[in-house]
Ligand binder design. Structure first.
Ligand code: GTR
Length: 328
């Protein structure tokens, strides 16, 4: 554990000593974390969110965004957030999968029909349901950000059908759903923090992974994994959460203000995201990565059906799937 992480957890444990009052929040900068480096759309969006907080409170609320995974991987920073050592956190939905079963729903393979369908679902009642389900776990769900479509890339061979994946060692996020997804396609799944994937690829510990255009490019995985197959299998979003500990110390007015600022950062993020997807693709193509578009997407969709059966087991999850499907 890094010194900074120790300090943050220490601070969290000492929260009652701070007096547990509203003032304590205003006296220090609020803290948020992100696995991506400065300038990445999720980081820029949370910076913007912080700017809105500051502007709208005359500088009373300020935010320090710890980017680049400096406080640990998403699983660790979520723990710190629950303890109150971080006030906010921007993570993917995947590390929340083991915490709250409703988060499995937007993570399902081939659920969303389009970006528009994903956005309408998450901006509407289904999204609200997922965000609210985090509260009993010590997290306040504030907003969803885009994360595009995830596809498989590897350093061995072009993947066109699930059969091409047989035997490949692929890194996944720390979620059983992703492990099952990769296994259903005949490959071996290795859960691993995002920050370790580049090295594992270079060393040949893994053959590949899966991600969206901006992450594939920004992480430099494309320099090693030269085959990208546009399976577009998952459209699980990013999520901005607050610590329920922090939340409990805020006035109603500040909570409303924070919720509004988070909502207002979503269109800002989407504009950045769309531009970044185009730019990332351009750089990846220019680097000579083989991009496989003529693949049997229906075969992938059929092969991952067991994932749905295994992970969608409650009436609440089924109702959420139905609500998302109803959205036009
Ligand atoms: C990225 C996402 C990160 C992290 C990463 C991963 O697309 O923005 O939050 O989840 O993928 O694969 O670990």
């Amino acid at each position: 554990m890094t010194a900074t992480r120790r300090t943050l957890i220490g601070t969290a444990m000492a929260v009652p000593a701070l007096g547990g009052c509203v003032q304590a929040i205003g006296e220090r900068a609020l803290r948020s974390a992100d696995a991506h480096p400065s300038g990445y759309p999720t980081v820029a969006a949370v910076d913007y969110f912080g700017q809105l907080l500051s502007d709208r409170t005359g500088g009373r609320l300020r935010l320090k965004n710890y980017a680049g995974g400096q406080l640990g991987d998403e699983k660790d920073t979520l723990e710190i957030t629950v303890f109150g050592g971080l006030d906010f956190n921007r993570v993917n939905l995947a590390p929340l999968n083991p915490i709250e079963p409703l988060t499995l729903v937007p993570s399902l393979p081939f659920l969303f029909r389009s970006t528009d369908h994903m956005r309408r679902s998450l901006d509407g009642a289904p999204g609200r349901t997922v965000l609210d389900a985090l509260t009993p776990h010590g997290l306040i769900g504030l907003a969803f950000y885009d994360s595009g479509e995830r596809s498989f890339y590897n350093r061995r061979r072009p993947i066109r059908t699930p059969a091409d994946m047989r035997g490949l060692k692929l890194r996944v996020q720390t979620s059983d759903l992703y492990v099952a997804l990769v296994q259903a396609l005949g490959a071996n799944a290795t859960p691993m923090p995002y920050g370790e994937v580049f090295q594992a690829l270079v060393q040949g510990v893994i053959d590949g992974a899966e991600n969206n255009w901006p992450s594939f490019q920004d992480s430099r995985h494309y320099e090693v994994a030269n085959y990208l197959s546009l399976t577009r299998h998952v459209m699980a979003p990013e999520v901005l959460v607050a610590s329920a500990r922090t939340w409990g110390k805020l006035s109603r007015a500040d909570r409303d203000l924070i919720r509004q600022a988070a909502t207002d950062s979503v269109p800002f993020m989407r504009t950045l995201w769309e531009a970044r997807e185009v730019e990332a693709r351009r750089l990846i193509e220019a680097a000579g990565v083989e991009i496989i578009e003529d693949l049997d997407r229906a075969a992938f969709e059929a092969a991952v059906q067991p994932v749905w059966t295994r992970f969608i087991t409650t009436d609440r999850q089924r109702a959420l799937v139905a609500a998302i499907r109803e959205i036009v």
